[in-house]
Write a protein that binds this ligand. Structure first.
Ligand code: MN
Length: 250
C-alpha cells in the first residue's frame, strides 16, 4: 500500500472520529502517517461505526507460544468489547453535540472514547504485529529497522532486554511498546498503563505487547515474564519493518 493511499484511509478513519474525538482517541499514537488503514481498523463507512476486524490467522496459529483459547477469548470477547465501547462513546458524544445527550457527561464519554478507542487500535496493531513461526514470526528485523535498532539501542539484544524488561514491569494492566518518535527521529521503548496512560505524545506505534492478564493468564498464570519471552517468538518483524517504513519513508 502506498503512503498516499494510507494517508487517505487515515483521513477517512480519523474523519469518522471527528475533530476533538480523534485527538482524544489517537492520544500518543498521532504520528505523521498511520500504521493501519480504515479497512484494517474495521471502519464501516455506510454505518459510520467500527466493526471487529477478524484475526489475520487461525486462533490456534500461534501455539505453543500463545494458546488458542486465550486468543479466541481475547479477540472475540475483549477486543469486541472495546469496539462496542468505542462506538457507544462516539454515539454519545455525537448526541451531546446535537443536544440529545447530557452535556454534563462529556468528560465521562471522552474517557470512554480514549480507553476503548485506544483499546481498539492497540489490539488491531497487536494481532497484525504477530505471525505464526511457520509464516515469518520470530527472528529479528532486517533492513532499515534492523539498522535503526542497532543505532538507537546499541544492539538487537539490548533492545530485546529493554523491551522485555519494560513489558514485564508494567504496573497492573497495560502494554509494552516499541515506538518511533518522529521529531528526534529515534526509536523508544515505552510502557502504557491500561490502553492509553503514561505514553509519550506524538510517537508512532511499531510493536506492542499486551500484558493485561487476559492476554496470558490461562496458559501462563502469574508468570508474565514467560509470556513476554514467548511473545518474541511470534513477532511479525516484516510487518513492523513495514510500519517503520510508513513513518520514515524507508
Ligand atoms: Mn487485551
Amino acid at each position: 500500500m502506498s503512503n498516499e493511499s494510507n494517508g487517505i484511509n487515515r483521513r477517512a478513519a480519523l474523519g469518522a472520529l471527528g475533530g476533538l474525538s480523534a485527538a482524544a482517541m489517537a492520544g500518543s499514537f498521532a504520528g505523521s502517517r498511520a500504521a493501519l488503514s480504515a479497512d484494517q481498523l474495521g471502519w464501516d463507512e455506510s454505518k459510520s461505526e467500527y466493526t471487529l476486524p477478524p484475526l489475520p490467522y487461525e486462533p490456534g496459529a500461534l501455539e505453543p507460544h500463545i494458546d488458542e483459547q486465550t486468543m479466541s477469548i481475547h479477540h472475540d470477547k475483549h477486543h469486541a468489547g472495546y469496539v462496542k465501547g468505542l462506538n457507544k462513546a462516539l454515539g454519545e458524544l455525537e448526541g451531546i453535540r446535537t443536544g440529545s445527550a447530557d452535556p454534563g457527561l462529556i468528560k465521562h464519554w471522552s474517557r470512554e472514547l480514549a480507553f476503548n478507542g485506544s483499546g481498539h487500535v492497540n489490539h488491531t496493531l497487536f494481532w497484525t504485529g504477530m505471525a505464526p513461526s511457520s509464516d515469518g514470526g520470530g527472528g529479528r528485523p532486517g533492513g532499515a529497522l534492523g539498522e535503526r535498532i542497532d543505532q538507537d539501542f546499541g544492539s538487537f539484544s539490548q533492545f530485546v532486554a529493554h523491551f522485555k524488561g519494560a513489558s514485564k514491569a508494567v504496573e497492573g494492566s497495560g502494554w509494552g511498546w516499541l515506538v518511533y518518535e518522529p521529531i528526534a527521529r529515534r526509536l523508544m521503548v515505552i510502557q502504557m498503563e491500561k490502553h492509553q496512560d503514561l505514553t509519550v505524545s506524538g510517537v508512532s506505534p511499531l510493536l506492542g505487547i499486551d500484558v493485561w492478564e487476559h492476554a496470558y493468564y490461562l496458559k501462563y498464570q502469574n508468570k508474565r515474564a514467560d509470556y513476554v519471552d514467548a511473545f518474541m517468538n511470534v513477532v511479525n518483524w516484516p510487518e513492523i519493518e513495514r510500519r517503520f517504513g510508513m513513518y520514515t519513508g524507508h
